[in-house]
Design a protein around this ligand. Structure first.
Ligand SMILES: NC(=O)c1ccc[n+]([C@@H]2O[C@H](COP(=O)([O-])OP(=O)(O)OC[C@H]3O[C@@H](n4cnc5c(N)ncnc54)[C@H](O)[C@@H]3O)[C@@H](O)[C@H]2O)c1
Length: 343
């Protein structure tokens, strides 16, 4: 197979990254772009020499199109995924799969029925630090994990810009929920979550959520996620600590291992996720998109299945139910919790 033809739908922060990476990739051609806000589509199309589709009918009517990246906001994934399935186009969906559990399930069922490849961009699956943690745990060097701590805190500016269209657990939490199970090879079986509402209350969403959880092996953990970190602080404060019977592993992304002082203050620029090097975007996002393109072009295995992405939404939904009931919530524990639905 030659270059696969891809379209990007939703051309905000992430859509721009997807569009640029495809346009620079040897195995892919950015054939088309689409956004409900027409100027986004026209500007992006001009930049990369792609076609700015003026409707979804026109976009999905492109017989030669192989795949789409769906990079619309969290609450705008379902209908686009269903359309892609209907038209037999492979999908790279930005996380979360969907914010509604029934919609997430329907997407997986439709993707499986239509035979398309559906990959959800759980970025940590391509992060070398998390991959290394998984390999270390799998090698037995840590022994059996006993207790864990994970954190993903983001800036207030990010919380503000999303205007309550999603929750902190669906937007950020799904990353670590998936990573905790993937790295440990264990299953979260119970969650108990508390939140604080203050700086984002005008949008009726929480500022931060803290969860304690139990795993099928008996390990216990806690997870913190926030999108109200103060201005001029860290852009991203993410951690994973696992203490096992024979060892431990710690990931700390907060300082990025790069400290810059300019304009009278320190900053910690990202060099891992998506950084320009020799005129091209490199890093974790490029690895993620490369996996997807290889899966479509060469039938290579996807590093994350649609059902695993569903499970991350399912556990985040259990955390949200714990918030609304004030009680611990049991999480389906089987390897294929997709069949069990919400308990
Ligand atoms: N993998 C990661 O680390 C990561 C990081 C940030 C965001 N995300 C995810 O990426 C997705 C996009 O986030 P973002 O920050 O780029 O959002 P954004 O608000 O910057 O951009 C969304 C774009 O989609 C367009 N849009 C909205 N609804 C649409 C529709 N129905 N049809 C076509 N276009 C539509 C908007 O006009 C906008 O241009 C979200 O699901 C988010 O959770 C992932």
């Amino acid at each position: 197979m030659g270059k696969i033809k891809v379209a990007v739908i939703g051309l905000g922060v992430m859509g721009q990254t997807h569009a640029r990476i495809y346009s620079e990739m040897a195995g892919a051609e950015l054939a088309a772009v689409y956004d409900i806000y027409r100027p986004h589509a026209e500007e992006t199309a001009k930049k990369y020499g792609a076609w700015a589709a003026d409707s979804l009918d026109a976009l999905f009517g492109m017989a030669e199109l192989d795949a789409v990246s769906i990079c619309t906001s969290d609450d705008q994934h379902y209908e686009l995924a269903m359309l892609a399935c209907k038209h037999g186009k492979h999908v790279l969906m930005e996380k979360p799969l969907a914010t509604d559990l029934d919609e997430a399930k329907a997407i997986v069922e439709q993707a499986e029925a239509s035979g398309i490849k559906l990959m959800v961009g759980h970025t940590l699956r391509w992060d070398p630090r998390y991959y290394h943690a998984r390999e270390t745990v799998a090698s037995g060097k840590v022994g059996s994990p006993l207790h864990l701590y994970a954190r993903r805190n983001n800036s207030y500016q990010n919380g503000l810009r999303l205007k309550g269209r999603t929750s902190v657990l669906m937007f950020l939490g799904v990353h670590d929920i998936d990573a905790i199970e993937w790295v440990t090879g264990d299953r979260i079986v119970e969650v108990y979550t508390a939140e604080v509402r203050n700086r984002l209350k005008e949008f009726q969403v929480g500022d931060a959520a803290i969860t304690t959880f139990k795993m099928a092996s008996g390990a216990v953990g806690s997870y913190e996620t926030s999108w109200v970190m103060p201005d001029h602080y860290y852009e991203l404060d993410a951690k994973l600590d696992i203490i096992g019977t024979a060892g431990a592993i710690n990931i700390d992304i907060t300082g990025q291992n790069v400290q810059r002082h300019a304009d009278g203050r320190f900053s910690y620029p990202d060099t891992m996720y998506g950084m320009e090097m020799y005129g091209r975007l490199t890093g974790i996002m490029k690895e993620e998109l490369t996996s997807f393109v290889l899966a479509v072009a060469e039938d290579a295995p996807l590093p994350i299945s649609a059902r695993e992405a569903y499970r991350a939404v399912q556990i985040a939904a259990c955390m949200e139910r714990s918030l609304s009931t004030g009680l611990p919530v049991a999480v389906p524990a089987s390897n294929d919790s997709f069949q069990e639905g919400e308990q």
